[in-house]
Write a protein of this length. Sequence first.
Length: 321
Amino acid sequence: MRTLPRLILRSPRRQGSRAAGLAVVALTATVFLGRQPALAAHAPVQIGWCTSKEFNKAKAAGFEYVELGVRAFTTMPDDEFDRYIESFKASGLKAPVGNGFLPNELKVVGPEINKDAQLEYVKKAFERAQKLGLKVIVLGSGGARKVPDSWSKDEAMKQLVDFAKRIAPEAKKRGIVVAVEPLRQQESNIINTAGEGLAWVKAVNHPNFQLMIDFYHLSVEKEDPQIVLTAAKHLKHIHIANPTGRAFPLAAAEADYAAFFKNLNKAGYRGGISVEANTKKFDDEAPRTIAFLREAYAEAGKSDGNSDAVKGAAGQGSKDK
């Protein structure tokens, strides 16, 4: 199988339809060989998978990047982290994004916050993230930002803004953007919608503190996907899952992916879409998910009359977000 692309490219009978041949080769390489095709470099978005260690599995499935767990690698002893970097680099994948930023015990709201401990941890996280090539760190961390029952939500918001204003300059030093993740109410009792996340971002008013949107949380909270357009200039990253069971997305009938992708196209989004979802059939479902997401995104662009814009973005290549 690994020599198949070369045989196809060198076949004299195929030279008359070289463009079509290249497209077939690219698709074959992605699905069956786990390679990153040249065609992917020109896709309007890149599809990644949230995992901290299954690098080879991600690559074999055809994902273009992995989204690492920041808390996991930040708390490693130095020697373990050195081995982790070696293991990651050996995979040949990239990791432009990380999530799981703050430990639950590192509180950022409430009466027991420790600003010195916060900054010490954050600086270490940013330093290690930079070594791994991360450009965006997702700030979900529902446990760390949980508001105590006896604490005022207004006071909690002031603390969140203060925390962000203190860490954003540190992120800038490392070439990193922190992207707020709104979480469903079952996972956080503050910042549950993208609209609330956008308000936090605007209150901080720093280029290295921005927003991401998780389709799963957006759907559970029944938020209007129009927020994608409202927040367009602050949108730095996307998570996705089938809202039913938080599973790998596989078909258009599962949810209203179309409206979401239509607005992403309108917004000119050209970043990463990370699959943060469950599956018991990874080898089967991962390639299907990648293909579905690419098709859904492209079709949403066409249905909105933006097919030319999509093609233009494809020619320019996608950006790491």
